[in-house]
Write a protein that binds this ligand. Structure first.
Ligand code: SF4
Length: 244
């Protein structure tokens, strides 16, 4: 049975309705569906990717398709279910480019990210997370500035908006583009970042900040039970994220 609607659900629906009517960027006219955040509006963790791709545009939901499956497995590796967290993007329309006669995804432009920031900020206002996990360079730059280097500066906690703390790691789509030793190396880095998020969630669960709104408790996200995440030479991410 689905959860009863709450004020946060209603507020998120209102944000979606505003974004649905938005045509501030050219991509607002070419999208199939608006893609706003989904998941638990009481989650202490919000995951922010760069923007919808082809599958997300078609289905109207963030992180579907292979990258979405990988994100689900990344979360499972630290004992989280997809529905426990809130998942969104920096922009709500699919950014595209024509390549060899076909429409391909592209990274959002700074102007599109700036135009769309009000919707991301509104989602963060409603969910009020303690932690933001930014996936990929565009999402990281949207919070930490355009000079942010994901290869040099990921894996460190940064102060974020509204008292949040931000961790940056690689986007699942980037992981999927790697091969051989590169993929193993990237997975090890991602696993370290995910473990840091898990540890921070556990630490914050012991130090609640303020009272939750009436009628709504911010659910504790259960840590994986002993043995559930099995250490291995490559780390559990290497085991669990193997798509072959
Ligand atoms: S990307 Fe955001 S700001 Fe631009 S048209 Fe879409 S909803 Fe509006």
């Amino acid at each position: 049975m689905s959860a009863a609607p709450t004020e946060r659900h209603a507020a998120l629906a209102a944000i979606r309705a505003r974004a649905d009517a938005c045509r501030r960027c050219a991509i607002g006219h070419t999208r199939t569906n608006i893609v706003c955040g989904v998941g638990n509006p009481f989650s202490p963790l919000v995951i922010v990717g760069e923007g919808p791709g082809e599958n997300e545009d078609r289905q109207g939901e963030p992180f579907v398709g292979r990258a979405g499956e990988l994100l689900t497995r990344m979360l499972a590796a630290i004992g989280l279910r997809r529905e426990d967290v809130f998942i969104t993007n920096t922009i709500k329309c699919r950014a595209t480019v024509e390549e060899n006669g076909r429409i391909a995804n592209r990274a959002p432009s700074p102007e599109e990210m700036s135009n769309c920031r009000e919707y991301l900020d509104a989602e963060l206002d409603v969910v009020a997370p303690r932690i933001i996990l930014a996936l990929g360079a565009p999402a990281a730059k949207s919070f930490l500035g355009r000079d942010f280097s994901i290869t040099r500066q990921r894996g460190i906690w940064y102060p974020g908006p509204q008292g949040t703390q931000i961790m940056v790691t690689f986007h699942p789509a980037y992981i999927l583009r790697q091969t051989g030793g590169n993929m193993a190396a990237v997975k090890r880095l991602v696993w370290a970042d995910l473990q840091a998020v898990r540890a921070k969630l556990d630490a914050l669960a012991d130090q609640p900040a303020g009272s939750p709104p009436a009628g709504a408790t911010q659910p504790a996200i259960a840590a994986p039970s002993p043995g559930e995440v099995t250490q291995a030479p490559d780390g559990p991410v290497a085991l669990r994220l193997d798509l072959s």
